[in-house]
Design a protein around this ligand. Sequence first.
Ligand SMILES: Cc1ncc(COP(=O)(O)O)c(C=O)c1O
Length: 407
Amino acid sequence: MSDEAIEAILPGPVALARRMGGVGSWMIRDPLRLGDDSDVISMAGGFPAPESLPAAEIGAAGARVLGSARATAALQYSAAQGLPELREWIATRATAQRGQPVHPDQVIVTAGALQALDVVSKALIDPGDVVAIDDPAFPASLHCLRMYQSEVLAVDVDDEGMDVDALAERLAGGHRPKLVYTVATFHNPTGATLTAARRMRLADLAERYGFAVVEDDPYSALRFRGEPVPPVSAYSDRVLTLGSFSKTLGPGLRIGWVIAPPALAEAITRAKRWSDLHTSTFVQFTLLELLGQPGWWEAHLARLPGLYRERCAALRSAVATHLAGVLEVNDPAGGLFVWGRVVAAGIGADDLLDAAVRRGVSFVSGPQFAVHRPDPATLRLSFAGHPPDRLDLAVRRLAAAAASLVA
Ligand SMILES: Cc1ncc(COP(=O)(O)O)c(C=O)c1O
């Protein structure tokens, strides 16, 4: 049979679901992949510092689990909601953070904070529901919310986090979001932290207009300056908290959680169960083994601020030295990123990225985080992945890239 004849009897291509329409693959130029190339110093991804990941301790804990009477249980199916002891551990820490009791039944263990957002969205979002989100935003969260065919309402972020006054204006103007998604502490990408006053205002608006706040919080344990701000959940019961061990123990573990209001926990567990049955039993057992050692978690967390404070300061000082008049960066109190603005006339962050990659350094340009309003002068630099001398080299390469554009 000829090719034409075969084509004539084949069915047409399988159409994608409508929900795929507004959803990109990752960031436009996939800069995360650049981290694999050893010649390129990547300041692109949200990878925690390699030195901060307790590989040997996780390995030893996993071996103890498999060498014990728990081995079979650790390799079996387990409860969709997560192991009760791990949910209790998470609830105890959340209770201390909020200053309000959190019951382990409110906790659902997930494969990271992003799956937490996915199962929350699956349980709560119908096509056409309005979801308000920080602009700029973490692209994976934006894509996840769009995957459920929500109408996205962008709310600007400034130095103090989401502009809650702007949100209030939208609400007064008739917009009715079902969810308001925000990274209130060390926002990705800007590093901004929502002030306590704005958190209270957001909580008030949630009560008044009946929306739920989704507070995505993978970074609050990475504070290296100043005092913690109470979470939005300290001020309202209408908050779903997304948490994660990705930035403290390693994203490859894929362990995070949702803390939901009691009335929603069962539905979110159902959404989780019919996605993947449950999160890895073995990894949950391994973490419990580690976290069950008295003082281990506190000692581990205590090592992180020094590491990130030093790296953030090194990056900022290299920018001040080598890129004065070209790039200005902010001064976050924690997290993994600084947010920058190209101030040299005529240079956009995308052009700078092209030139930078040719000189062996990468970052993510600001427009890749835009929800509605790309700002071509902005960019995000991660200081997490490299010691001070490498960060200095990265910034010198960036300066050479900027100089080539000016020339
Ligand atoms: C704001 C935000 N939410 C969620 C995630 C994903 O976290 P996880 O690895 O726990 O899924 C990230 C990772 O960079 C993030 O920045």
